[in-house]
Design a protein around this ligand. Structure first.
Ligand SMILES: Nc1nc2c(ncn2[C@@H]2O[C@H](COP(=O)(O)OP(=O)(O)OP(=O)(O)O)[C@@H](O)[C@H]2O)c(=O)[nH]1
Ligand SMILES: [Mg+2]
Length: 685
């Protein structure tokens, strides 16, 4: 088995808007490197990367895939990611373990939102990158128009390293502006530069050389003096420029026709960084520090993905940052404080696994059936524990109620939900006690549909997704007194319980209190807990629309009993009866959950966002322009924003994001309350 030094590894993430051609590019790379012998197609459902049933069906990537291959003695761990924004969790995980990115752009559609987002994620973590202008063979493809758009959006640091020979149906190959050669067809046969392109080639080569020269004082001096820079100086300068993020080389090709792939691989090999220079951030108790990767150091490994396979079980993907991990060893999970047994290690290529005995710092691999390890954990040596800062995943914002279709589905619901949640850190599950619903939360509608699909085909559990019910509550607005006497004479032994209650509204969020103010034994002490039980039971279903009652202070202050006929159950009934009467008299109202919502959108959308929020009964809390974007803070009733993820996407064409959290309960406006009460009554009937 080959061992790769830090210099001889490239961990590379593919990013773009959905459909720009990442998966097709991955397939072309695997084929060109000889990792696979047959070139699959997304449209046929035969790619190495999109092997999941849902991916095949929908023809989009849903999960990240690690695709290992080799090129000129370098190991490339290519990570294909989904472009659809609901799956951004996968993107974040993939980016975290990569030293370089390729942002794929469709030459016909231009720079789409998802690719802009990919670019800004790279900016956030200073990830060196290439842009690949793909689909040059397609109708309406235009390299130069796309280049203009790239430069106007991302600046002049996007410089072509290659130019296309021909375009659309006449696309044949590419020109490398450093080697000054043409490469024709999928075999990349070397050719002279067509004379028709010579003036363009001269212009763009000059531009490239100038940009490279600007990287370095010595080079710029030489350049300005009119001296030629050597090929080594150019290559070295371009590498330094790319690694530092000051240059973003623009490449071109057609992944579908596998044209340009070998030149892309050469560029990855020559210009993108290896794991060597990129320090890893480790956290101790309160501070963070960085350490340089070292294959001889003690182990430091970050788990970046967990997948649940119904057959092989749990598969854990990790990146080794320091030291070496071996098959059949023991490692320390510092995040969970426990020993973990490592079985057979694998190198991944989509769903296929290749067994390896060791993986060294810089590399990426997987292992099956770990016990306690989850995504984000650090595995290390027990003697020398380090904790690598875990990946920050976006918080779920969109929720639906999960309804099992049959009794069997219900029985397996909890287990299958926890398995898919273990696989996806952007999914959450909880039970809403007030409505009795199981709530699944994620990043959008498609995300939850896909999750439901996984439950079905991985675990055979069929569910329906519905908009969750709003957990309304009820309360009272004025003090009231109420009396209830429970008395029955049925033949021999009778029933008797008699309770006087005093009700008082409490401030929002204080919950409820019960106190005993009986003096002189009007109700014997041992019956008081029964009264309280009855009161609490009555509070579970209010008198307006059967919602739980909150923020109420109850005092039992009088009553009477019968030495023979009284019992606990009688006092419970009397307590509940008095409470119900009291609630009706104390001007009950409906309360609804109010959420804090924070919307981040490009400035242009501010007006549309505000008027939409306005129509959703939102109250503005503040606006903070931060450069090109505006952060709008508001409070809005949950009932109005249950499907905000979908609304925001349509208002901003996917350019907005938001976070939401519970704030407090507030009275529902009377005319709206009427409708809610009527709906609930209809439902009960
Ligand atoms: N003509 C042409 N079509 C391409 C090319 N690359 C990809 N496609 C097609 O574009 C569609 C989308 O390609 P994918 O590779 O799935 O795109 P992706 O970026 O992986 O998409 P997501 O997984 O949804 O993010 C498929 O129908 C491909 O066949 C290309 O170079 N030329
Ligand atoms: Mg894809």
């Amino acid at each position: 088995m080959e061992q790769y030094g830090l210099d001889n590894i490239r961990n590379l993430v593919l990013l773009s808007h959905s459909g720009a051609g990442k998966t097709t590019t991955s397939e072309a790379i695997l084929f060109t490197t000889g990792a696979i012998s047959r070139l699959g197609k997304v449209d046929d459902g035969t790619t190495t990367s999109d092997y999941d049933l849902d991916e095949v069906k929908r023809k989009i990537s849903i999960n990240l895939s690690v695709l290992s291959c080799q090129w000129k003695g370098t190991k490339i761990n290519l990570i294909d990611t989904p472009g659809y924004s609901d799956f951004v969790g996968e993107v974040k995980a993939a980016m975290r373990v990569s030293e370089g990115a390729i942002i794929v752009i469709c030459a016909a559609s231009g720079v789409e939102v998802g690719s802009e987002q990919g670019w800004s994620y790279c900016d956030e973590v200073n990830l060196p990158r290439f842009v690949l202008v793909n689909k040059i063979d397609r109708e309406n493809a235009d390299f130069y128009r796309t280049l203009d758009e790239l430069q106007s959006k991302f600046g002049s640091k996007c410089v072509p390293l290659q130019l296309p020979i021909g375009s659309q149906s006449s696309f044949q190959g590419i020109i490398d502006l450093l080697t000054m050669k043409g490469y024709i067809g999928s075999q990349a046969e070397e050719a002279e530069i067509p004379s028709s392109l010579s003036s363009q080639v001269t212009t763009f080569r000059e531009k490239l050389i100038e940009t490279i020269a600007e990287m370095d004082d010595k080079l710029i001096e030489k350049y300005l003096e009119g001296e030629e820079l050597s090929p080594e100086e150019l290559r070295d300068g371009l590498r330094r420029g790319t690694v530092s993020g000051k240059i973003v080389p623009v490449l071109v090709g057609s992944a579908l026709q596998n044209i340009g792939t070998s030149r892309l691989l050469d560029a990855v090999h020559s210009y993108l960084p290896s794991p060597k220079g990129r320090a890893v951030v480790i956290a101790s108790d309160s501070t963070e520090q960085t350490i340089e990767p070292d294959q001889e150091a003690s182990l430091g490994t970050l788990v970046f993905k967990t997948s649940a396979d119904p057959h092989i079980g749990k598969l854990t993907y990790f990146r080794v940052y320091n030291g070496t991990i071996s098959s059949n060893s023991q490692v320390w999970n510092v995040t969970r404080d426990g020993m973990e047994r490592i079985g057979q290690l694998f190198v991944m290529r989509g769903k296929t696994q290749e067994s390896v005995s060791q993986l060294r710092a810089g590399d990426i691999g997987a292992v099956a059936k770990l016990n306690l390890t989850s995504t984000g954990d650090t595995l290390c040596s027990r003697d020398n524990p380090v904790k690598i800062v875990p990946i920050r995943f976006p918080e779920p914002i969109f929720s639906e109620a999960v309804r099992p279709k049959t009794k069997t589905d219900l029985d397996k619901l909890g287990e299958s939900l926890s398995r898919i949640i273990e696989e996806d850190p952007t999914l959450r599950m909880r039970r809403e006690a007030d409505t009795g619903e199981t709530i699944l939360s994620g990043l959008g509608e498609t995300h939850l549909e896909v999750a439901a699909g996984k439950m079905l085909h991985k675990f055979g559990v069929a569910v329906e997704l519905e908009t969750p019910k709003v957990p309304y509550k009820e309360t009272i607005t004025i003090p009231a007194k109420a009396e209830y006497k429970h008395r029955k004479q049925t033949g021999g032994h009778g029933q008797y319980g008699h309770v006087f209650l005093e009700l008082e509204p409490l401030p929002r969020g204080s919950n409820s209190e019960f106190t005993n103010k009986i003096v002189g034994g009007a109700i014997p002490r041992n019956y008081i807990p029964a009264v309280e039980k009855g009161v609490k039971e009555a509070l579970q279903e209010g008198v307006l629309a059967h919602y739980p009652v909150v923020d109420i202070k109850t005092r039992v202050y009088d009553g009477s009993f019968h030495p023979v006929d009284s019992s606990e159950i009688c006092f419970k009934i009397a307590g509940a009866g008095a409470m119900k009467k009291g609630l009706s008299q104390a001007h009950p109202i409906l309360l609804e959950p109010i959420m804090n919502i924070k919307v981040t959108v490009p400035n242009d959308f501010t007006g549309d966002i505000l008027s939409d929020l306005n129509s959703k009964r939102a109250r503005m809390q503040g606006m903070n322009p931060e450069g090109e974007v505006n952060v709008i803070e508001a409070q809005a009733p949950l009932a109005e924003i249950l499907r905000y993820a979908i609304d925001l996407k349509s208002i901003t064409q996917g350019r907005g994001s938001y976070t939401v959290e519970f704030s407090h309960y507030e009275a529902v406006l009377p005319q709206i309350a009427e409708k809610i009460i009527a709906a609930k009554q209809a439902e009960k009937a």
